[in-house]
Design a protein around this ligand. Structure first.
Ligand code: SF4
Ligand code: SF4
Length: 120
């Protein structure tokens, strides 16, 4: 795993049953831009989140808070790239379009969620 630095994007997005947090809901554990109040003791859902950046599978300059999107591939759907768009303008950016093009060339299916998406 790689250090997340100032990125806290997944705290906006991921489902954390341990904190009764659904997709795209605010986390009760989050404190503004300082991130998690208990990072060391954060729930398993957070520790095991399949963020491709944190797994060192993306270029360092494309950290999710810079890119405007989090890319994930879950173990139970290895051919599906899930893109959580945290910035509305992200679809206009070349880096994301290039990344998606690479995954599609490798026959990945792509699922996109945005801030309008609630619970699954
Ligand atoms: S989105 Fe990825 S890089 Fe950003 S805080 Fe979450 S795990 Fe770390
Ligand atoms: S528990 Fe902490 S790491 Fe997990 S989503 Fe909430 S603020 Fe983020």
């Amino acid at each position: 795993m790689i250090e997340c630095g100032k990125c806290t994007e997944c705290c906006k997005v991921l489902k954390v049953p341990e904190r009764k947090k659904g997709l795209w809901e605010d986390c009760p554990g989050r404190i503004d831009k300082k991130g998690c109040f208990d990072y060391i003791g954060r729930p398993r859902s957070c520790r095991e989140y399949a963020c491709l950046y944190a797994m060192k599978k993306m270029p360092t300059e494309l950290r999710p808070d810079n890119l405007g999107a989090i890319l994930t591939i879950f173990a139970h759907t290895p051919d599906l790239l899930v893109v959580h768009a945290t910035k509305p303008w992200v679809w206009t950016t070349l880096p994301l379009r290039q990344l998606l093009g690479q995954f599609r060339k490798e026959n990945f299916r792509v699922k996109i969620t945005t801030t309008g998406t609630r619970k699954t």
